[in-house]
Ligand binder design. Structure first.
Ligand SMILES: *Cc1c(COP(=O)(O)O)cnc(C)c1O
Length: 242
């Protein structure tokens, strides 16, 4: 069906499909410039605060991976979208102990694990039939006082303990660096995260440490240049948030 034939009520925001197409192109360009394979990074659609109609629109455009920050909102969306087969949910918000049970039961990935207590609770609550929960450890790569994330110094010890947990599969690292405008400067913390992952992978050849979750709407190119395998785009797909 062409865009013109489509009934208007079908489309909450006709921009979402175009934005998805443009973002895929942007990601492919960045990968090409970095000399990487065209499908070597995953586009995660960060849909926090956005209505389910927009997620449906993104799904219809081929988007399968969605990132949510707020548990209650995410659970409501998952119910409303239960008919979308093959959709995958990533939890990317701040994670407190009282949320670990629901997160372990209702998500495929968690990007924001930064302490052992949370990791243990997720592992204990993960239903066996769903297989191990995919985990990224969030690293406070810019060493900011108020930011979440494990200190780079403490990462190796935490990773070792998380790898041992039966309900989890440690896949890699995630970071939200301090904001920079200039691409060269944006690359510095991403390069550090890449090196941290490489050193973990060297110590733990048994673990599938293949994931660098880094890069958002404002710094995707820098992240891809440093090896991002999951880029998390919100604004570029769904518009500004209030
Ligand atoms: C909101 C959010 C994003 C998306 O940020 P944009 O700048 O809107 O692309 C990515 N990652 C995390 C962890 C977020 O909370």
């Amino acid at each position: 069906m062409s865009e013109q034939q489509r009934p208007a009520a079908d489309v909450q925001d006709p921009g979402v499909r175009d934005n998805i197409v443009a973002a895929r192109r942007r990601l492919e360009q960045a990968l090409k410039r970095a000399g990487r394979g065209h499908d070597s990074a995953l586009l995660l659609a960060v849909s926090k605060t956005k209505p389910v109609a927009m997620l449906r629109e993104a799904f219809a455009a081929g988007q399968r991976h969605f990132g949510e920050n707020y548990l209650q909102e995410a659970l409501e969306k998952q119910q409303a979208l239960a008919d979308l087969e093959g959709i995958e949910w990533h939890f990317i918000g701040a994670l407190q102990s009282n949320k670990t049970h629901d997160v372990a039961c209702h998500f495929d990935w968690v990007h924001t694990v930064d302490r052992l207590k949370i990791a243990r609770r997720l592992s204990d609550a993960r239903p066996a039939e769903r297989g191990p929960l995919n985990i990224c450890l969030q690293v406070n790569i810019s060493r900011e006082e108020a930011k979440s994330g494990v200190d780079p110094q403490a990462l190796a010890a935490l990773a070792e303990q998380v790898i041992a947990l039966p309900g989890l599969q440690l896949r890699g690292l995630m970071a939200i660096p301090a904001q920079e405008e200039d691409e060269e400067r944006q690359r510095v913390p991403f390069a550090e995260l890449r090196r941290l992952l490489a050193s973990l992978a060297e110590r733990h050849p048994e673990a599938p440490l293949d994931t660098l979750s880094m890069g958002m709407s404002g710094d995707l190119e820098a992240a891809v240049a440093e090896g991002a395998t999951i880029v998390r785009l919100g604004t570029a797909l769904f518009g500004a948030r209030r």
